[in-house]
Design a protein around this ligand. Structure first.
Ligand SMILES: C[S@@+](CC[C@H](N)C(=O)[O-])C[C@H]1O[C@@H](n2cnc3c(N)ncnc32)[C@H](O)[C@@H]1O
Length: 239
């Protein structure tokens, strides 16, 4: 085996660990994600953009070491925070970190994948996913299912900080555009992108689940260009 292919195999194995930390390397990856300053900064920043209200019911998909879950629980202190992650190691780690809020039934963390979403008894106000969508099996399909869990007017924030070797501001901008396109294809509206200038930068795309009458209007706009002129003003901006 050449040294290049060995390097590639090691890189692929490490990347897989970030997509589903497990075993001893998974514990190490969990520790890195929990302690890397940029991970903490981006999680707090994304949550701050989501405009969480005290009574909000919020879901995080792919919470990893749980930095955003802790912040969401602090803000939605009369609501409820749900998290799903398909890594058993991350679920155990984050349950420990949030033990007090779980005991008082303000946080629920479930070991499942985004393509096997649990049932929620009431609609959610907001959904967040940070550096997670890139690992989902069929992101646009899953975004559309996630939209089905949100109340009309509910918000979503998807963030990406590309961690591939040599990632630059351009890599981030491309990642942001992909998030934007997927959200639009999944039926979200009012998508807008914000950037946090880290190295590399973080892109966060925020969007809204339209109210039913708006959904009808957007469908109409999609089929009839004339209706764009006759019926549609741009919808109010999110936030
Ligand atoms: C790179 S880590 C990011 C963790 C955390 N959001 C952060 O920013 O520190 C990606 C996380 O998403 C989870 N994940 C990946 N694919 C998933 C899926 N299909 N369903 C649920 N969780 C998933 C992984 O297990 C991992 O914990």
């Amino acid at each position: 085996m050449t040294s290049t292919s060995l390097k590639q195999r090691v890189t692929t194995k490490i990347l897989r660990q970030f997509g589903r930390p497990h075993g001893v390397p998974g514990r190490l990856v969990g520790w890195v994600m929990a302690h890397r300053a940029s991970n903490r900064q981006r999680s707090l920043w994304v949550v701050s953009l989501l405009d969480v209200q005290p009574t909000d019911r919020v879901l995080e998909v792919g919470f990893g070491p749980g930095l955003a879950i802790a912040e969401l629980a602090r803000l939605a202190n009369q609501g409820h925070v749900y998290g799903i992650d398909h890594s058993d190691a991350m679920v155990r780690r984050t349950r420990k970190r949030n033990a007090a809020a779980i005991r008082t039934q303000r946080v629920t963390l479930l070991h499942t994948s985004v393509d096997r979403l649990p049932h929620f008894d009431k609609q959610l106000d907001a959904i967040v996913a940070v550096n997670s969508l890139g690992f989902w099996p069929n992101p646009t399909q899953q975004l559309s299912e996630l939209r089905g869990l949100l109340r009309p007017g509910g918000r979503i924030a998807l963030a990406s900080q590309p961690r591939c070797a040599g990632a630059t501001a351009d890599t981030t901008a491309r990642a942001g555009r992909e998030l934007h396109d997927r959200l639009t294809q999944a039926g979200f509206t009012q998508a807008r992108m914000e950037t946090l200038p880290l190295a590399p930068p973080v892109a966060c795309v925020l969007a809204t689940n339209p109210a039913e009458e708006q959904q009808g209007l957007f469908r109409l706009r999609a089929v009839s260009p004339m209706s764009v002129v006759l019926l549609a003003g741009e919808p109010p901006r999110w936030r």
